[in-house]
Design a protein around this ligand. Sequence first.
Ligand code: NAD
Ligand code: GLY
Length: 379
Amino acid sequence: MPPVEQPPEIETVPVALGERSYEIAITNAGLGAFVPTLHTWLTRRGSRPDGRLAVVVTDDHVRDRYAVPVTEALRQAGWKCEIVALPPGEQTKSHEFVSQLYDRLVEFKADRQTVIVAVGGGVIGDLAGFVAATYARGLPFVQVPTTLLAQVDSSVGGKVGINHPRGKNLIGAFHQPLGVFIDTSLLETLPIRDYRSGLAEVIKYGVILDEAFFAYLEQNVAALNQRSPVVMRQIVARSCQLKAQVVEQDEYERSGLRAVLNYGHTFAHAFETLCGYGALLHGEAVAIGMVYASRLAEGLGRTDAVTTARQVAILRAVGLPVELPQSSRPAAEAILDAMRLDKKSAAGQLRFILPTKLGHVELVPVAEPDVRAALENAD
Ligand code: NAD
Ligand code: GLY
């Protein structure tokens, strides 16, 4: 695939998936280059933008600041463009709002030429992507992620979906976007708790795949906490490269490789489901989940105490939680029950991503008594 010619301030990370290949365009110079970049992506696929319908899906927090300018730029470039703003927050990732969005697409007379443009965080990207995957058996869609978590993780790789009341991300599909347009300057307006939530996924990449990146994060804690523009560009680009490499090798999570991206998530998804969607932010749950998973690995003799201690130290240094609050801690049996719905389970056995050392993890079947012990000895 020939690279798209981009202005020099845009760097691109390719995601090579045969006919589903696309690019992640990363800038910190604003959203002005979004429409020209989209046009280049479409042209390369032999497709023309003229007079097509785009439906911009967003949430009420980012609608005016980011989604309206994108909508106006699309209209100026000749698109018919509608905007649908949903309530912000994890509870929107539900059947109810999927159904509302289907109704709006019917109203707009969307067809297979219609492009869905997700402007928002992981909630909007996952939900809009799921609707794009299923409406009329599949519409093209584009991700314009506005949170750190979405820029480093959820917008890349094509996992789209919604929550079931009993299981996080239980309903979903694989549907790759046409492209991902990332502007790291949007992170300046992100509330601190949501910003930190994204840092959990950044730290995750260091633990699972790249010890040098983990050390870079340790050395740059002050810059991370100040959201230094240079460091933002670097952590977003490196995270996207690492995720793209994994997705390219195991797009549909069949070989076990892609499952490494789920480090900490077996615990995290159970905590999010049991605490009520939105009570713990996804990245907060992942931060706590990584510590539980690392302690589980220690208990099984698979890693050492230093591996866990370095994770705890950096998570604390960027202001993330490392344990569940006593007041809202679900019982071990309830956590185990929620974990049994985990998508990594095979033949009824729980499987966890466990570190051996920083930069290396493995997919390991773990007996329930060992998981129960890790949950009960958490303090
Ligand atoms: P989110 O989408 O709820 O966004 C967090 C909050 O930030 C929201 O209130 C939103 O309105 C606000 N916001 C977004 N951008 C902003 C900006 N630039 N300035 C100010 N406010 C802004 O949450 P999230 O953390 O982005 O995503 C979490 C979701 O992502 C979870 O549902 C998780 O399961 C999912 N996820 C999916 C994948 C995947 O591969 N598909 C990977 C990781 C996480
Ligand atoms: N966030 C996990 C994955 O994309 O596989």
